[in-house]
Design a protein around this ligand. Sequence first.
Ligand SMILES: Nc1nc2c(c(=O)[nH]1)N[C@H]1C(S)=C(S)[C@@H](COP(=O)(O)OP(=O)(O)OC[C@H]3O[C@@H](n4cnc5c(N)ncnc54)[C@H](O)[C@@H]3O)O[C@H]1N2
Ligand code: MOO
Length: 397
Amino acid sequence: MKDHSWDGARTDAHRLGTRIAAAPQTVPLHLAAGRILAADLVTAYPMPHCATSAMDGYAVNGPGPWQLLRAQAGNPGAGENLVLAPSEATAVVTGSLVPEGTTAILRVEHSRLEGGLLHGDRQLRLGADIRPAGTEAAKGELLARAGMTLRAGVIATAAVSGHDELLVAATPSVHLVFTGDEVIAVGHPAPGQVRDGFSPVLPQVVAALGGTVGSAVRIGDSLEATVAAIDSASARAANIIVTTGGTGFSDRDFVRAAVREVGGTEVVPSIAMRPGHPSMLSRLPGNRLLVALPGNPLAALMAVATLLDPMLRGATGREPARLRTAICAADFAPLPGRTRLVPARWIPGSAGPDALAPAEHVSPAMLRGLAAADAILVVGPDGASAGAPVSYLRLPW
Ligand SMILES: Nc1nc2c(c(=O)[nH]1)N[C@H]1C(S)=C(S)[C@@H](COP(=O)(O)OP(=O)(O)OC[C@H]3O[C@@H](n4cnc5c(N)ncnc54)[C@H](O)[C@@H]3O)O[C@H]1N2
Ligand code: MOO
């Protein structure tokens, strides 16, 4: 069995993810939050679509004083039929349509009414406090690119640029299988037992990565139970199966044998990474994929970042997460052939930029370091040096 390189595992996970992508769907704006935009968002009309007043006051034509056509602004659309001749003015509010002939807006606090005439206390620049049509965007201008996760800012922009619904990527469904006779879901573990760290977080992690957990099952360590769990009706209905634990080669590890039993093929049998070496990715019959996360908790979450994140990105029309570069705050000795993923924290730079320092408590079976982490250092086989650039991933969840 040959290990995949860390980069190769990410690339293969992404490539296989693209193969399970379903057709995009249309959703109304109020259901778009958290979904992934499947087509570039462009304006349906210029923004703003007509010239409007930026202030409460008066639309005026030329220098004052002015004859007031209307002393009350009324409906912001009321300027529609008005035409201002030179030395005429009409009341407006913020957002009012600017009547034809307007040269500037006189703010109410800069005005006074005397003998039926409107006076200003200053010279008005041509166009002052008028928001011309199209200043934010021309019709058809790009507002957001396909592949972005929809949040408040973009959804609100979509609404004001004339959209009632958005095209979004179909959400891949995930079936979770938690293995381990010794794993308990509540309370304090007896000696030989462990508390399950995965079931409370994996649904949220999957959602943050762009998928949804449709079903989950907890099983003991046996081949029959593992085969049943990855071949059940729920498992067959999912696009992706994620298992936890049982990736090893002991007589109590059954994930690999179960994959073979149901006719699956290992595409990434193991990864030259630490932690997470026994992480595995398989194809299953029925155009399904299986990601096997190791039982050690930190290893499992680093496998999520390495396999599940790229896979869900591929399945939802996105590129793999970009490797970023930061200053490393510690030395890492070379580790031939292995990529290390290390939970890390930002350390404020005294003069220069912030640096990333490895968190404490980052052994494969520990989670405390990840709990305190801001990012994941990606240290290649050659190691890294304090003060030198190092690659990192943003926490994907
Ligand atoms: N002889 C070898 N032993 C091991 C090797 C090796 O290369 N040779 N690799 C080690 C590595 S690396 C890892 S990672 C683990 C992989 O283990 P498995 O995926 O088979 O997982 P389990 O054996 O089922 O469990 C390992 C460990 O994790 C605990 N666990 C399981 N599920 C949970 C859960 N939901 N929440 C918290 N902790 C969990 C489990 O109790 C075990 O302690 O193998 C090494 N061994
Ligand atoms: O994946 Mo294991 O020790 O590398 O936790």
